[in-house]
Design a binder for this molecule. Sequence first.
Ligand SMILES: Cc1ncc(COP(=O)(O)O)c(C=O)c1O
Length: 430
Amino acid sequence: MTSSRPKTQELLEVSRAYEPDCMNWQAPVVWDHASGAEIWDVDGKHYIDWTSGVLVANVGHAHPVLARAIAGQASRLLNTFDFPTPERLRLAEKIVKATPAYLDKVIFLTTGSEAMDAAMRLAKRTTGKFEIVSFWGGFHGRTFGPMSLSGIPKIRRNYGPLVPGTILAPYPYCYRCPFDKAHPECGLFCLSFLDEVVKVESSGSLAAVIVEPYQGTAGFVFPPPGWLKKLEAWVKSQGLLFILDEVQSSFGRTGKMWALEHEGLEPDILVLGKGIGSGAPIAALVTRSGIISCLERGEMSSTLGGNPLSCAGSLAVFEIIEKEGLVEKAAMNGAYLKSRLLALKDKHDVIGDVRGLGLVCGIELVLDRKTKEPATDLAKDVVLRCVERGLMVGKLGLHGNVIRVAPPLVITPELIDRSIAILDGVLSGL
Ligand SMILES: Cc1ncc(COP(=O)(O)O)c(C=O)c1O
């Protein structure tokens, strides 16, 4: 596949020589540059992007406003550690004002994992308790705390003993309901089951519940409407903290600025990442004074957290999203994209399920629609063929059989049509 692309071949050999094999599998492409929702590799081959990196480049690749902000800041001031800078303070004000009104404090960190780890630590410190409920299929990062919360077996395997006190409960993966029930007749049985899980597993020291508004790594799994709000009500009725991991669902991705807006959720701790910098490395933990005031001076900070470079980048992201109406575009173009994907489902039996909100959709491939046997190898083949034809795409999911559709929010209907035509051609040729 790479033989007609000599620079790609050469660089992949360097990768094989010097890099370990532990990163995620990707089609054999070496990216050179990108713009908006389009990518060019080192041999000049062109691709339409359905990845946004990994749901990072929400404002599009190499946006000139973001590039200028980062370059300008780089030549002015790069790091101050915890000394405030105008950029950090402007961003703090912006985030507090853009999130629900009762959230009044924000601390910046560098990665989603670090911010999730900080959320776990804060939950323990502020409640004095240590148990945290998280969900089957959940993914919250690769550092030890968030990894311990993961409900994906291969993330936890071989790393025990993990951080004690994490309790896993079922998430509503309705296409593969673990209770073999169907929504809405199920009456959200999985939520009532949470009571049983906690009754059996908790030692009486529950601090918080941590959840993704939709599960990313598990295969873009969306809970049925009302599930999150009901979960929140349960969390509050138990006197626990409600922690929402919006590391990948925020900054317009789902057609709202924050995914919490779809059901009017009111998390005690909101964690942001990925799109917040659209490539500038930054993450944030947003909460209430009453929760975070338990921390003493110096108890939570990080060498690169809130560095002026990333803060300038994130301010530019806000500016671009607002000026270009990217949240509205994500909702509108996302609905169009999903309708085109659903039409492909009618045409190709290999598509078992299409699900999505805004510009994040999963296409679950199966060998048989009745048995729902995951088409894991086929998904890899589909990715390779799409990439060969100029559609940059990846796969994910508990069974590795979900095609990841998460383009930059600047993707146009015309690029959507072209990318759908590529996928349609690939599925027709299987
Ligand atoms: C929901 C969610 N939380 C946390 C993380 C971890 O973020 P990072 O890779 O920036 O550490 C991810 C990354 O994919 C994620 O999807």
